[in-house]
Design a protein around this ligand. Sequence first.
Ligand code: 13P
Ligand code: SF4
Length: 353
Amino acid sequence: SDPTLVERARTARAALGDSVFVLGHHYQRDEVIAFADVTGDSFKLAQQAAARPEAGHIVFCGVHFMAESADILTGDHQQVILPDLAAGCSMADMATAEQVEQAWETLADAGLAEGTVPVSYMNSSAAIKAFTGRHGGTICTSSNARRALEWAFGPARRGERVLFLPDQHLGRNTAVLEMGMSLDDCVVYNPHRPGGGLTREQLRDARMILWQGHCSVHGRFSLGCVDEVRARIPGVTVLVHPECRHEVVTAADLVGSTEYIIKAVDEAPPGSRFAVGTELNLVQRLANRHPDKTVVFLDRTVCYCSTMNRIDLPHLVWTLESLVRGETVNRITVDPDVAAYARKALDQMLALP
Ligand code: 13P
Ligand code: SF4
């Protein structure tokens, strides 16, 4: 990256000291990660958001839903900044508040809302999180989805079924591969069709009503990629994120959140071989950090998360230098009524055993 920009970022960061807390998701570029006070998966970053109450500004290097969550979880005296407002998440956009209210109405009309517990992936808007909190549900991330489902079906909630938003793959992979449910226990709710395209009987009999959403980055990994890499690299360990499709996760050796993936590679002995199915910035960073191990991207083509990648050094420098001048740019705020219910669902996640 541009040496003058690196120098400017260093100078601004030093001038701001403890008044600023910089968080960085593992999918961020190296040039941005270099300036993060804390890096993490989405669960760790949610936990860490409120860890520095003395910092008046939190610069969130990640995507919009993460910055919203940080705003919900921090005090009024802290302002959350997203260095590029166009850093959204196409998966989060696949469930709008109107669509989800409509789905709940469908369930209520069928007399099924009572026994249904909403479990929403962190990758969702604050409005979806508020819906979840209003109906006694919880948020989950890829590192605690199983515990969230155990809570929803267990003595705390005794749900008959879960409405899982918005990532069908995380929902299905967790239910089938970790909770021992069958594929027949899962139905997919299509928000673009009346009643989700499901009959009342299908809704009633389902244990998991999976929203028809997905991550387009992880959706690119196919069974063919797994077969190809196994043929090419003997003894390779295929390590994937649970946002990948069910057949890919089933064919993989290990599955987990970004934090889990990093730990698996970091702790493996020299000479280990991994094919990693997650965002490319992270895979490349792991490969560079471990020249004594083989770490390859699971796909043959290059594939970044384009919105994560929008946060780059120029945007970070602009954000930090604005703060030095006393200007807050790109602040993310959540409406207080929405935030109150969203907080309930987020707190429920943070309290999962
Ligand atoms: P992690 O929860 O593993 O960080 O993954 C979240 C993600 O996909 C962000 O898009
Ligand atoms: Fe969203 Fe997928 Fe990008 Fe994660 S990797 S921010 S789920 S589009």
